[in-house]
Design a protein around this ligand. Structure first.
Ligand SMILES: NC(=O)c1ccc[n+]([C@@H]2O[C@H](COP(=O)([O-])OP(=O)(O)OC[C@H]3O[C@@H](n4cnc5c(N)ncnc54)[C@H](OP(=O)(O)O)[C@@H]3O)[C@@H](O)[C@H]2O)c1
Length: 279
């Protein structure tokens, strides 16, 4: 049996097993199975060893280990060495390689919505494992005009800014492009407001920000990377304010599509059937 896992903590919310097992069946990988496993930081080393020993064929990494796992793998492509955020593990030429499919998944999800990354004002809430992938989507030639960044632990947002300011320099973007906002404070009105925190995974959780300035703003897009629950309080309040909303479902599907392709060589179809499967 070829065993695949998604590891994280919490992990109950993950729909990865449902999705990958559906694709394994559809594409006739009948000797493959995908499971979820709640792990602690101390378990990560063993998981990497199990990939090396062929006990596990492939792994997805989720909250809160995307950064930690980077230090345990053998190698990673250039862009992952930059973001230090890993969500997909696979053995290639006897080495455990750490990939990141979140960034491409995020970009495809917005492009499908005809979102143009150019000259936008963006407010990114959070500075955890996935945030470098999101930040990096806006830092490029013809990238964002302004990026506001806020995290409960301010020092983590500052670290990210310090690091990404070098890339800002490289792309000759305005050196003040990234600005830190104190937790719970307002930024100027933005085109896109993204929740990259895990606040909302548990139904009653709520981010402590006042977005009332966006009342009746039908252009602003509120994007929550969380896909389960489908509508977090962040999105519910945005819907009531009549803002545009988007959850993390399409990003999730695309990052899974890219991981599945790395493991099996097959590009699984993202069609209405698979979109409905996650409802
Ligand atoms: N749709 C997708 O495909 C996709 C892909 C990747 C991730 N995600 C989602 O993105 C979220 C973050 O993932 P991650 O890997 O970055 O997680 P992570 O590394 O654990 O980071 C968690 C982030 O949430 C913040 N946070 C946690 N509890 C908080 C609280 N009570 N109040 C305020 N802030 C809090 C943390 O702030 P501190 O630094 O202050 O602790 C940190 O910024 C998760 O919900 C995950 O499911 C979705």
């Amino acid at each position: 049996m070829n065993k695949y896992l998604v590891i994280g903590n919490p992990i109950a919310h993950s729909l990865s097993p449902l999705l990958h097992n559906y694709w394994f069946k559809k594409y006739k990988f009948l000797d493959s199975i995908y499971e979820k496993k709640k792990v602690e930081k101390k378990d990560l080393k063993k998981i990497v060893e199990q990939i090396k020993n062929d006990e596990i064929k492939g792994v997805n990494v989720t909250v809160p280990f995307k950064r930690e796992i980077f230090d345990l793998i053998d190698t990673a492509p250039h862009e992952v060495q930059f973001t230090k955020s890993v969500n997909t593990l696979v053995k290639e030429n006897d080495k455990v390689v750490g990939y990141n499919t979140d960034q491409e998944g995020f970009e495809i999800s917005l492009e499908e919505n005809e979102w143009d990354f150019k000259n936008k004002k963006v407010f990114i809430i959070g500075a955890g494992g996935v945030t470098p992938s999101i930040l990096s989507s806006f830092i490029r030639a013809d990238g964002a005009e302004k990026i506001y960044l806020s995290n409960r632990t301010r020092s983590k947002a500052e670290e990210l800014k310090k690091f990404w300011d070098k890339a800002i320099d490289f792309y000759q973007m305005n050196k003040d492009t990234i600005e830190i906002i104190d937790w719970g404070e307002k930024s100027e009105l933005c085109d896109l407001i993204i929740n990259t925190t895990s606040v909302g995974l548990t139904r009653d959780e709520k981010l402590d920000f006042d977005f009332s300035d966006y009342n009746n703003n039908k252009e602003a897009l509120f994007y929550d990377l969380i896909y389960n629950p489908k509508e977090t309080n962040f999105l519910k309040e945005a819907r009531i304010r009549e803002n545009k909303t988007m959850n993390g479902k399409m990003m999730f599907l695309w990052q899974a599509h890219l991981a599945f392709k790395k493991w099996t060589g097959v590009s699984p179809k993202i069609d209405q059937e698979v979109i409905k499967l996650l409802d």
